[in-house]
Structures are given as structure tokens and as C-alpha cells.
Design a binder for this molecule. Structure first.
Ligand SMILES: CC(C)(COP(=O)(O)OP(=O)(O)OC[C@H]1O[C@@H](n2cnc3c(N)ncnc32)[C@H](O)[C@@H]1OP(=O)(O)O)[C@@H](O)C(=O)NCCC(=O)NCCS
Length: 199
């Protein structure tokens, strides 16, 4: 009974986070079955030190906690498992979360190192950006990356984000703050870029 109501609750809270299907990917709720792949891919300093809130080292318990929290996240927040559409393999994560300003969401993503360089982050980000502008009354989406993160900066540019400024952000894995670049994609620019689906 309790399990049913928890299930209902997570369905309700994920209601604004539809499964997203792209040419090569399926973006869906993280499942318990992802625990091993998530633990393995996330336990990598090259990933953890580039995102803000990933512990390092990354344990099975961290993965289990993350999966549980992503099922019952705040309203408006969508955390997706990025998976291979052909074989269902877990590749990484991509998500959006609300900011203090209700007209703005923040985008985040990471892909496991064995899968880098295949265009997966860009493809996943496009899908989440499209979903966010289509289903929410937002004006813009923000993203932040470390100034040293050339691959992420390239993904950000490929998605049409525009540079806003620099600042500092906390890094859980490093236990310190690091210099970051802040980028923004506004609705008007997104509409004019929508041709990416046809490209
Ligand atoms: C950043 C990250 C998500 C990119 O994932 P990905 O699936 O390899 O990204 P894509 O293949 O879509 O695009 C990567 C782009 O960066 C380019 N790139 C990769 N390494 C680069 C480098 N050292 N310098 C410059 N460009 C680089 C690639 O050539 C590609 O650009 P292209 O399509 O013009 O050739 C992945 O490296 C990652 O998860 N890193 C650790 C976590 C992280 O940084 N998350 C983002 C936090 S803001």
C-alpha cells in the first residue's frame, strides 16, 4: 500500500517530465537498475570535478540516493537518465531545475567518459531544452561551466547559449569554489534555432 502511494507520488511529481526520445537516445527517469552503471560512470574525477554537486569518490549509496531523490524531486525539476535508444545502456544524466527566478531554469548534464565525443551531451541537451521551452512558461535557460571545461563550453555553444559573465561556484568534489562561465539561452533565440531538429 505504502509502495503504491510512493509510486503514485513519484509519478505525480515527474508528471512534468515526459520521456524524451531523440534519434539515438531515450531520456527517462533514473531507475534502480541504473545503480551499477551510474556508480561506475560517476566515480570518475574527470566527471565529478566538472559538475557542482557530485561527491567523489562516488559510491553505490550515492547512486541509490541520487536515484531516489531524482524520482521525488521538486516540482519543475527533471533529472533524466540518458540512455542508448538501441540497447538501453545508461550513458549519463541531463536535467533542468528551477531557480529563484521562476522564469529561469538551469540546465546540467554529464556523460560517462567511455561515451564522450559522440555528440550525446548535445543531443540530450537539445531534447531537454526543447521540452522545457515547450512545456513551461519560462523566458530562459541558464547553464554554467568551469572556465577550464572546453568540451562543455562547446556543447553550450552548439546549443545556442550566449555568454553572460563569469563568477564562482561551489564544487562538492573539490571541496572549494571554482571559476565558472555563465551562459543563457532565451526563448526568442531558441525559436530561431529550432532548425537544429532538421539539421
Ligand atoms: C562535457 C561533456 C558532457 C561532453 O559530452 P559529449 O557527449 O562528449 O559532448 P558532445 O560530443 O555532444 O560535444 C562535445 C564537443 O566538445 C568538443 N571537445 C571535446 N573535448 C574538447 C577539448 N578538450 N577542447 C575543445 N573541444 C573539445 C568535441 O569535439 C565536441 O565538439 P564538436 O561536436 O564540435 O566536435 C562530457 O565531456 C562530460 O560529461 N564531462 C564531465 C562532466 C561535465 O563537464 N558536465 C558539464 C558540466 S557544465
Amino acid at each position: 500500500m505504502e509502495a503504491d502511494s510512493q509510486e503514485d507520488e513519484s509519478h505525480h511529481e515527474r508528471a512534468g517530465c515526459p520521456v524524451l526520445v531523440t534519434e539515438r537516445l531515450v531520456l527517462r527517469t533514473p531507475h534502480t537498475e541504473d545503480t551499477d552503471a551510474l556508480t561506475c560512470l560517476a566515480n570518475n574525477a574527470r566527471v565529478a570535478t566538472m559538475v557542482s554537486r557530485m561527491p567523489h569518490p562516488y559510491t553505490r549509496k550515492d547512486a541509490a540516493d541520487f536515484i531516489r531523490r531524482s524520482k521525488t524531486g521538486a516540482i519543475g525539476k527533471c533529472i533524466y537518465a540518458v540512455t542508448n535508444a538501441e540497447d538501453g545502456r545508461f550513458l549519463g544524466c541531463c536535467g533542468i531545475e528551477p531557480q529563484d527566478d521562476p522564469a529561469t531554469l538551469e540546465l546540467g548534464y554529464w556523460i560517462g567518459e567511455p561515451h564522450w565525443g559522440n555528440g550525446y551531451a548535445t543531443e540530450a541537451a537539445h531534447a531537454v531544452i526543447d521540452m522545457a521551452f515547450r512545456t513551461r512558461s519560462i523566458d530562459c535557460i541558464d547553464v554554467r561551466c568551469r572556465v577550464t571545461n572546453l568540451a562543455s563550453r562547446r556543447v553550450i555553444h552548439k546549443c545556442g547559449f550566449q555568454f553572460q559573465g563569469t563568477g564562482m561556484a561551489k564544487s562538492l568534489a573539490l571541496g572549494s569554489t571554482v571559476p565558472v562561465e555563465w551562459y543563457r539561452l532565451d526563448r526568442k533565440t531558441w525559436i530561431s534555432l529550432r532548425s537544429w531538429a532538421a539539421a
